[in-house]
Design a protein around this ligand. Structure first.
Ligand code: SF4
Length: 326
């Protein structure tokens, strides 16, 4: 059955034609493969596609397929919402949702493999969809075991908002995925405003765990930094970030905010010249830096925005930001 699911891309027992007919019928009666069902597909001009998927209990999550030449990146969700309430995140505004099982996480990959479609050994997988993977670390580690049937661990990235016990637990795994950390500020005051999880695991504690991460030679930790106009995009903030990230072999991925006037009414994307200037400060300090010009911006948008259309919006909590160095 695993071969049918993973090699044959089957979605039902009926398709597993080398099983005896009577067994297939009994399986169909008693069980379900549990693969997510595609509710909606939104495709951008550049081919990036966002999928709204329905899990067997009716809960909906999002997954994204981003073609990149001969390969592609598949972005999966690990929870059906998120309790961490990052200021710049639509999923966070929707609030907490249940943990996904390992099968539901790996099932998103299989559903997209059939829909997109794509074959084995062609993908990168990133845990950057809805939810905080390391608040669901047991199931995420089991999902890694499943995904590694056809995606090498060096092609899988787990992205965390900085759950220190989860980082420590993942670090004990025999095969390590890449680690990405959503940082978005290099001082505790700004980071706590943007990412309340920083109250529980402030920057010093986070970096203690990152320094202990068993990084193989030549690999780096990725720091994701969502740039929000006037909140964390000053020259001072860039210089502080450069000093901080040098503590571990790393690179910085700058993500200009994906604006969502409905869900994030006060927050703006910085102008392009400010993004370039921020990247320039990092580069001149010797920090490897890339700017993520979001693929499929508009049609695909940020995580949570498809599901968000059907979710009631809680009241907006405005958060004041200091604007040092502007
Ligand atoms: S950015 Fe990630 S960790 Fe933060 S609220 Fe959104 S889903 Fe949760």
């Amino acid at each position: 059955m695993l071969r049918w699911l993973w090699v044959g891309r089957a979605t039902s027992f009926g398709e597993m034609t080398d099983l005896p007919r009577a067994l297939r019928e009994r399986l169909e009666e008693a069980f379900d493969t549990g693969l997510p069902e595609v509710v909606e597909r939104t495709t951008a001009e550049d081919g990036a596609a966002k999928f709204l998927l329905r899990l067997p209990d009716g809960v909906q999550v999002e997954a994204v397929h981003i073609p990149m030449g001969k390969r592609q990146t598949v972005c999966v969700s690990s929870q059906a919402g998120c309790a961490l309430d990052c200021a710049f995140c639509v999923t966070g505004r929707m609030g907490a949702g249940r943990n996904l099982t390992a099968g539901e996480i790996a099932g998103q990959y299989l559903a997209l493999a059939r829909e997109a479609p794509f074959g084995p050994h062609e993908s990168n997988v990133v845990f950057m969809g809805m939810g905080e993977p390391l608040l669901n670390v047991r199931n995420v580690m089991d999902a890694l075991d499943l995904l590694e049937r056809e995606v090498a661990s060096r092609r899988i990235t787990v992205s965390t908002a900085g759950i220190v016990p989860g980082i420590e637990q993942l670090a004990r795994r025999r095969r390590l995925p890449n680690l990405a950390v959503s940082l978005s500020a290099a001082d505790d005051e700004t980071r706590t405003r943007l990412m309340p999880v920083n109250r529980t695991w402030p920057i010093a504690e986070l970096f203690r765990a990152l320094r202990a991460w068993p990084l193989e030679a030549g690999r780096r930790i990725t720091f994701e930094y969502v740039l929000v106009d006037g909140a964390n995009d000053s020259d001072d903030a860039a210089a502080r970030l450069a000093r901080l990230v040098r503590a571990v072999p790393s690179k910085v991925n700058l993500i200009p905010l994906n604006e969502s006037p409905e869900w994030l009414p006060d927050l703006r994307r910085p102008p392009a010249d400010r993004v370039d200037r921020f990247a320039g400060v990092l580069a001149s300090a010797g920090v490897p830096v890339t700017v993520r010009r979001s693929k499929g911006l508009g049609a695909v948008a940020a995580c949570g925005q498809l599901k968000g259309r059907e979710t009631p919006r809680p009241p907006w909590k405005a958060r004041a930001f200091p604007v040092p160095g502007r």
